[in-house]
Design a protein around this ligand. Sequence first.
Ligand code: ZN
Ligand code: ZN
Length: 413
Amino acid sequence: MNGFEQELEAFARVAIRTGVNLQKGQGLVISAPPEASHFVHLITEEAYTAGAKDVHLEWSDEETLRLRLKYAPLDALKQVPAWKFYAQNESVKDKYAVLSIYGPNPDLLEEVDGARTAAYMASIGKGATPFREYIMNNRIQWSIVAYPTIAWAKKVFPGKPAGAAQELLMKEILRVSRVTGNTDPVAAWADHNRKLHEAKDFMNEQKFRSLIYQAAGTDLTIDLPDGHIWCGGSEPSEAGVPFNANIPTEEVFTLPDKRGVNGTVSGTMPLNYNGQVIDRFSLTFKDGAVAEFKAEKGEEVLSHLLDTDEGSRRLGEVALVPHHSPVSESGLIFYNTLFDENASCHLALGKAYPTCIEGGSGLDEDGLDRAGVNSSIAHVDFMVGSAHLNIDGVKQDGTKIPVFRNGAWVLDF
Ligand code: ZN
Ligand code: ZN
């Protein structure tokens, strides 16, 4: 892709300085699709300029994955050998930062049997448990940035020739990642982080007992556990280095009480799960667990997702995003959670971030369960926001405060 050289250099700077905020002497693991090789080279150069001691690259090739899921014996999908996870699990223990360059084909696994995909994902989830513990607890800096692969771009811009679609998507990624239109994107991110920190501080001061969501097809009460923490914008790693896990990010989020979700919520955007699309769906919760569900498209995929394990029927994340974010203003459906979740208020089925509750990083599985923190090998975001969503916060004394009206923060952050 030509014509984006300067912006790509600036984007590489954002990835290294704002995303992982790589420190002098630190190692970096990059995973990336082969199509992004030029961007990887720019990032690698920026990493060494920032003082990296080592940049380790893992290509993540989707076609190989698709072929594995289509042809490999089911037993092999269920039992991925332990040695495959060695580098991943050891690199984080060695304090390497982790940067994912991400541009998945939303339809990659359309033709693949959902049960085979689910079996493989469960096995991968288990094998990479130490790695995920580091990431989910922010023990090291990690970040995800996007790259417009052709398959993804064609999904977002159907009917356009491959090259044109890729350029259009590149432009959108650069804009919502705050690269375009800023002479100093790293400074623009510092400013954006300040605003997100103000919003999360407000929510933390309120110490809400629960949130009530109301919109067409949605009437949902979510209890928040004692000691819950709202997060948003940059967060510190275990060593105190601030980093941005997602580029872009517009959300302020916490975790729900895994037993305290009641009522019905309707998805407002298609959900891409493991290369398959679930659309026009609703979930009805009773005491935290999904008791009923419906989907006009991908109902079977949704059913597999809910059956992943005991925690995949419960919520692990509550995230607030104004309806007028740069992502939603694009008017596009990206078929990619990194973007779509930043267009909209969302919830996630599955694992909660233990960092969203006081002392959470130090709790074992039993302690987390008692505190109401959900556990699962799944963590799947789905969008519930719209221009019509209202959210009230219920304080400890029962008084209600409007938090969101017509899809926007009541207070101006
Ligand atoms: Zn989120
Ligand atoms: Zn999430």
